[in-house]
Design a protein around this ligand. Structure first.
Ligand SMILES: [Zn+2]
Length: 450
């Protein structure tokens, strides 16, 4: 039986078609539970315990989304903690333009949502008074990394869908690409001829679009329009095209801010809207969500790791020793002094925690030996401090009276001294650290530069 306190991924899937696809992305399916009258489905995904919940039967819209989200969060408070993900995964209508080229089966990740149906009615039509709402920070922080190789994601989604088909026991999942022949965007003025498909519609009325060379879904990110209305009218898309919305749906405007949204495109929000693409679009969205979770976890892990490394690096660069006596640093970069930085933490774990707490604070550095021993010198190595600046401080602190006199005598000496300090510092202390992979990936503390 899953422990609800351990859940760190929460899915809302408005339709059962969407729920089915999401459950197929789970590595393991765990027994469902009913909490306060709502049935929740559990499983593991990428080492996390996940829960998924659909809307009540035949209920749609933002109010249902809000109720569903509130119940989900009340039943699983851990979803609101740092490190958890809340996702709405499902299908949506696509807003195709030449610029966006959103097609059926593609996936849209919402970086912003816009309640386009709440506003004031004027003679010129409804004018939305709502501002766009940004996606949660955990998504925006990691999305760039996920989309870095955008062209490869489509193939990964296809691979994931193959895995989903292997996990599923059903034979009518419909997670297969319906074919380009069913992806027609008709002219705005041409209405659907009738029936559950567009078999009777005149394909000569379809817009001429460049054919795609492959059938892999593409992943888009941007604005998604949301409103309490089913859009099945092509002319209604005009305002959305103006705002460069990529998709239109009905739930996001009711969701709490911590929910991210991944939508598969199943129609073009016009009168030709039908169900043919729904299972495949639900599958591409679910597969993309699984890949996204993995990517966000990687970004988070790398960030935590680099923060710890950066802090421990600041400890290891032996600033205190160099400040006390720069000459004590031997040719091999090792100090002749046996003294090390004293830690207030008694264990490595506590040591790391303390470092994280101090990550953006000035590091207390003992004064050089010439100063009274009971005073401490503050040197800022927090955001904004460059390696060059650290070297400058080290050099200045290391200069005694003789150095100062000599510096006054000769500008040449001053330049030589500076170069020497910089060079020694870079060669013996910084280079081994900077050569490490974590630093070559530019994951220094925010604001630090090498
Ligand atoms: Zn049609």
């Amino acid at each position: 039986m899953p422990v609800v306190e351990d859940v760190t991924v929460g899915y809302i899937c408005p339709l059962y078609t969407e729920l089915k696809a999401v459950l197929a992305t789970f590595d393991n399916i765990l027994p469902p539970q009913t909490i306060r009258g709502t049935k929740y489905f559990y499983g593991t995904i990428r080492g996390r315990l996940a829960v998924a919940v659909p809307f009540p039967y035949q209920q749609i819209g933002p109010l249902t989304a809000l109720n569903c989200a509130n119940k989900l969060l009340q039943a699983h408070p851990s979803l609101e903690e740092e490190g958890s993900y809340c996702l709405l995964v499902g299908i949506a209508g696509g807003i195709w333009t030449q610029e966006t080229d959103v097609r059926l089966g593609d996936v849209v990740i919402a970086t912003k949502t816009w309640d386009w149906r709440t506003g004031k009615q004027t003679s010129g039509g409804l004018i939305s008074t709502q501002d766009v709402r940004h996606a949660p920070s955990y998504l925006l922080d990691g999305l760039g990394q996920f989309l870095y190789r955008r062209s490869q994601i489509g193939q990964k989604i296809k691979n994931e869908i193959t895995c989903m088909q292997g996990r599923s026991t059903g034979k009518d999942d419909g997670w297969v690409y319906p074919g380009k022949g069913y992806d027609d965007l008709y002219d705005v003025d041409y209405r659907h001829a009738g029936g559950s498909t567009c078999d009777d519609c005149d394909r000569a009325q379809a817009q001429k679009r460049l054919a795609r060379l492959d059938t892999s879904p593409r992943v888009h990110d941007g604005l998604v329009a949301s409103g309490n209305v089913v859009l099945k009218h092509a002319k209604g898309r005009a305002v959305l095209e103006e705002r460069r919305a990529l998709a239109v749906e009905m739930e996001a405007c009711g969701l709490p801010d911590i929910f991210a949204m991944v939508r598969g495109i199943s129609d073009y929000a016009d009168s030709h809207k039908n169900d043919i693409w729904q299972p495949y679009a639900a599958a591409t969205a679910a597969a993309c969500a699984r890949l996204l979770i993995h990517s966000l976890d990687e970004v988070r892990a790398a960030s935590n790791s680099s923060t710890l490394d950066a802090i421990s690096y600041l400890d290891r660069i032996e600033l205190p020793r160099m400040l006390r006596n720069p000459a004590s640093v031997s040719e091999e970069g090792q100090s002749s002094s046996p003294r090390t930085v004293r830690s207030e933490c008694s264990s490595p774990a506590m040591h790391k925690q303390q470092h994280l707490k101090n990550a953006v604070r000035p590091v207390p550095i003992p004064r050089p030996a010439v100063e009274p021993a009971n005073k401490e010198k503050q040197i800022s190595v927090s955001p904004g401090t460059t390696v060059s600046r650290i070297a400058d401080v080290v050099g200045n602190e290391g200069r005694g009276k003789e150095d100062n006199d000599e510096r006054q005598r000769s500008q040449v000496y001053q330049d030589d001294r500076k170069r020497r300090v910089h060079g020694n510092f870079a060669l013996r202390v910084l280079r081994p650290i900077l050569n490490r992979e974590v630093f070559t990936k530019a994951r220094l503390l925010p604001g630090m530069t090498s």
